[in-house]
Every structure is written in C-alpha cells, then in structure tokens.
Design a protein around this ligand. Structure first.
Ligand SMILES: [Ca+2]
Ligand SMILES: [Ca+2]
Ligand SMILES: [Ca+2]
Ligand SMILES: [Ca+2]
Length: 547
C-alpha cells in the first residue's frame, strides 16, 4: 500500500519414561563388548539398546554416579535437557500453501502448541473482514479512521491480518504465525487507496493507547534524501511513531516497493515510516532466496527480510465471492487475479516480522521493544550469494538488512541469552518534552545506541550562567560517536543552525569528553546529544558533573 511441520533434526531419543528416573545416554567404546557393558549398567537402572548401532546405550536411572568407571564406558550424557524438538505442525487445510512458514521456521520452536499470554498486535491497513471464519475469534478491537465501517473492501488488510493471526489448527484455512496475537485493527486507507497522514498518525496513536505491543505498517511513502520535493518525510508520522515507541510498541514497516514515482530501479531508499528510528524496516525475498527486484534497498533503514512473493493468506469473502465457483472462499487463491493470486510486495513480508515480534513478547512479556527488535534482527539468517542473493554481501547489507527472518533462532536467542541491553530512557531522539533530563549536580547514565535503529540520544540539562558542565562518555569498544551540546534555543538537533551548537567533543570514537563554561546570562535548558558516526551498536556510560 502506498501512503498516500515438519520434523526438525529429530534424533528423537524418546523412550517410555520410568517415574522418578532420568534418562542417560552412555557412549561405549566400539572395541568393548556392548552386552557386557549393558550388563554392568543394569546396576544403575534399566538399560535399553535402541541405539546400539551408535555404540550408545540408554539407561533409565535415578543416578549414573560412578558409571564412567565401568570398563568400556566413554561418556555419560544426561538426556533431560537436550531433547531435540519435534515442531508442532498446524493442521489447517490450506497451510501447505504457506510456503513462507517453512522458510522462516515459523512453528519449529515448540514441540507442541504452547499456551502463551495474549499479545496485542495492531494492523493499520485497509480494514478487515471481521466475521471471516479464520479471523473472527482473533479480533480484539476495530476502528475506522476514514469514516464508515472497518469492513475491508480492498483485501490488503485482511491478507496482512491472516499472515499474523489466522487461527491455528482450527480445521479452517491457513495458520497465522502469531498464535498468541490479539488483533487491534485500524482502517486508514480510503476507498481510492490513498492514506492520509492524519489518519495513519491517529491510528498509530490509538493503537499504542490501546496497548498494542506490536504495530504493523504495510504502507509507506517515498524517501529521497537528495530531492526534498519528492521526499515524503512527515513530522506528524514521526511524532506518532515516537509516541508508540515511547509506549513500548515494536513498530514494523515495509521498506516499500519500487514506486512509479521513483526515478530509478531498484530504489536505494526505504520508504517512510520504515526509514524512521525505532521502526523495523522489512524487505522482500523471493522463494529462491533472492531479494525481490521491487523491494527497496537501504543501507541504514532496511533491517530484515522475509518472504514476499507468491504469498497466500486470507481475503475478505466479499472479494472472493466475485469468483463464485472458486472453492477456497475467503482465501487469496479466489481473489482478484491481478492483485491477489500469488501476490508480491514488501507489504506481505512485514507482517511475518510483526508476528515474530509478538511471539517473542508472548514468550517473554518483560522484553522491551528495542530488545525484541534487536533480537529479531541479529538472529536473522544472513542472506548472501550462498543463500540465493548474488548481489548480497555477507552480513548486513542494503538489500536484505540483517538477513531472513528466523523465528526459531530469535526464540532460541531469547531463551539462551544474554538479551540485548535495554535502554530505559527511550525514546529520546531529539529535543522533546518526554526525554529524561540530566538532573542533579552529577550522575551517570547507562544506555544504548544503535547506528541503524537508534542513532541518537538527547538529554536535556538545566545549566546556570557561569556554571561549568563536564561530560564524559565511554562507549562500547569499536563504536564511534560524537558528543554535542546544543543551546536552549534549539528546537530540533536535526538541521539545526550550527550557531546553536555551543560545544562538541573534539574527536569521534568510543570515548568522548566535553566541557562547557556557561556564559553569564546563559542560564537555560541545554541539550546533550550523543550520536553514532558509523555502523555499530552497544552500551555506553555517560557521566556528567555541573560546577
Ligand atoms: Ca486456520
Ligand atoms: Ca547479507
Ligand atoms: Ca538510546
Ligand atoms: Ca534515542
């Protein structure tokens, strides 16, 4: 939209368990007599020989203490914590057409469908078929910001909602990725397919106020940093995104498709709102692993990629009824051929990332938005020539971001830890009323910066005439930042007149220092800005003292 299961590596070592006993695998020296070793191990517990061809015996015993001293035993391994998993496989009749579920390992983390707390996920789009049999039970709230009902006459929003939240294993249709999701649906697209920034911003704010922890924005407008007349940056959109991010929502947006108004193809810039800090920008992959030709590139704001071609999902039944002989009413194979049979677009990649964010937050409700985003991004499977994208260099790149969404890797990273550090002062990207001040005569702040998602932190600080402010910053090794102090007249640190910058660190790097003597009569609220000067991320410690 333009603004305007499989069996997983299953050496399933499952044996009938004995009450009170644990299971141990015992490696036996190939030169030793397996029956003789087994006979000795009977002293510890029941021995089964299911794995004799591996020279391994499985023993059910309350303890295997001393078993390593048995002649011929090479090792003993407790099997309790190392089960390989058999993924739970949705039984929905059309799930086999959702090829993307396998690519992102959507359901492979849990051996059985787990019971997880609900997570509110907002879909800000064309509305929804609210009585669709695969979606009706998943909707918490709906609201139209363009008048009329929330009914989806275009299909886009219902398609997106199905990828995220279609009921799983309900003997109907498809399987949505985020089975704990509770949908908050905001309709912002007019009948002519245009989207007003006012509606979009109001919807983002509403969703955040309703407690959405994830907000999907499969919409966007062109970014062109070299041509202000074409660039569609919007203050009201940025303010709404900032509001939702400050409330703790994970914002996910499509990086956009080649637009008719883009002068070259592929276009090297992600659309807004993907091209805003704290928003996960999602690009599209083809089934063969290449990055879709239509998917916008961006060296900074393209964060992660997910399948976005030959997609399959729910559609409003009002649309599929126009094709009355089609069997799978309510699904995209019965939709308008041009738009919805095997549709493609970054719009359909983003919802998979939003759904994955919801799974992380369901698994670990205390996670902050940036921890969830960073976990998803860093756990992505690298996209490069070896995976089907000849133009993609190893590691993060402008075509695929950190790589292909991998739900299992992200959930595994979450449980294994360590978690990415949290920054409890966000959002503080500019001169803003809610940015926490550096209060008191001295103090310390421990926070984070990320070149791609959170490039700037701004701290207001109240200074008096003839006073001196001293600041030191120690960043993560290998990172590079710049420290600046802005005068009380500054309204925004972006594009501000240079005369408003009253001090800056003399060098860039991981360590920064700044000292400022306030002129007589210069009392007021100043702004300390720390910003990344090159790719990198990490925790920093900022110390201040006023004299
Ligand atoms: Ca279903
Ligand atoms: Ca790469
Ligand atoms: Ca920060
Ligand atoms: Ca910040």
């Amino acid at each position: 939209m333009t603004r305007a299961a499989t069996l997983v590596a299953a050496a399933a070592l499952a044996l009938p368990a004995q009450a009170g006993a644990a299971r141990f695998a015992v490696g036996v020296d190939p030169s030793a007599s397996l029956p003789r070793v087994a006979a000795h191990l009977e002293a510890f517990g029941h021995v089964s020989r299911n794995l004799t061809r591996l020279h391994v015996l499985v023993v059910e015993a309350s303890s295997m203490r001393g078993a390593k001293r048995v002649h011929g035993v090479r090792w003993v391994e407790w099997l309790g914590s190392r089960n390989r998993r058999i993924a739970f496989t949705p039984t929905d009749p059309l799930a086999s057409r959702q090829w993307y579920l396998q690519q992102i390992h959507a359901f492979d983390f849990w051996p059985d469908a787990p019971v997880l707390p609900g997570v509110k996920v907002a879909v800000i789009d064309t509305g929804i078929d609210a009585t669709h049999p695969d979606l009706a039970s998943r909707i918490l709230e709906t609201r139209s910001f363009v008048g009329g009902s929330v009914a989806d006459t275009q299909g886009h929003g219902t398609f997106v909602a199905g990828e995220i939240a279609a009921a799983v294993s309900n003997a109907e249709g498809i399987a949505g990725i985020a089975f704990p999701a509770q949908l908050i649906v905001a309709k912002v697209v007019r009948a002519d397919e245009s989207i007003s920034l006012e509606a979009e911003a109001s919807a983002i704010r509403w969703a955040a106020d309703e407690g959405a922890r994830v907000i999907n924005l499969s919409l966007g407008g062109l970014r062109d940093p070299h041509n202000p007349s074409r660039d569609t940056y919007s203050q009201v959109e940025a303010a709404a995104v900032d509001y939702a991010a400050a409330k703790g929502a994970v914002l996910v947006a499509a990086v956009g498709n080649i637009e008719d108004d883009a002068p070259v193809s592929p276009w090297p810039y992600a659309s807004y709102p993907a091209a805003l800090p704290h928003v996960i920008g999602v690009s599209s992959l083809a089934r063969n692993g290449s990055v879709s030709s239509f998917s916008n590139r961006d060296a900074v704001y393209n964060d992660i990629s997910a399948p976005g071609e030959e997609m399959f999902s729910t559609l409003p039944r009002a649309l599929t009824r126009e094709n009355p002989t089609c069997v799978d009413q309510g699904y995209s194979d019965c939709g308008p051929p041009k738009e919805y049979r095997n549709p493609a677009g970054t719009s359909f990649a983003a919802p998979q990332v939003a759904a994955a964010a919801a799974l992380l937050l369901a698994q670990r409700p205390g996670l902050t938005a940036s921890q969830a985003a960073t976990t998803l991004e860093r756990a992505a499977a690298d996209v490069d020539a070896a995976t089907g994208c000849t133009a993609c260099p190893p590691l993060r790149d402008s075509l695929s971001g950190w790589g292909r969404l991998d739900v299992v890797s992200a959930l595994t990273a979450l449980t294994k830890g360590p978690l990415p550090p949290a920054d409890r002062f966000e959002t503080n990207d500019d001169v803003a009323a809610h940015a926490p001040r550096l209060a008191g005569a001295q103090g310390t702040r421990v926070a984070t910066l990320d070149y791609w998602d959170d490039p700037t932190d701004v701290y207001p600080v109240d200074l008096v005439g003839r006073g001196r402010l001293s600041i030191s910053v120690a960043g993560a090794a290998g990172t590079s930042a710049r420290l600046r102090l802005w005068s009380p007249q500054t309204r925004s640190v972006f594009g501000a007149a240079s005369k408003l910058e009253v001090a800056r660190s003399t060098t860039v790097g991981a360590k920064q220092r700044l000292s400022y003597l306030v002129p007589p009569g210069g009392s007021g609220r100043y702004y300390v800005q720390l910003s990344m000067t090159r790719a990198g991320s990490g925790t920093y410690t900022l110390r201040w003292a006023k004299r």
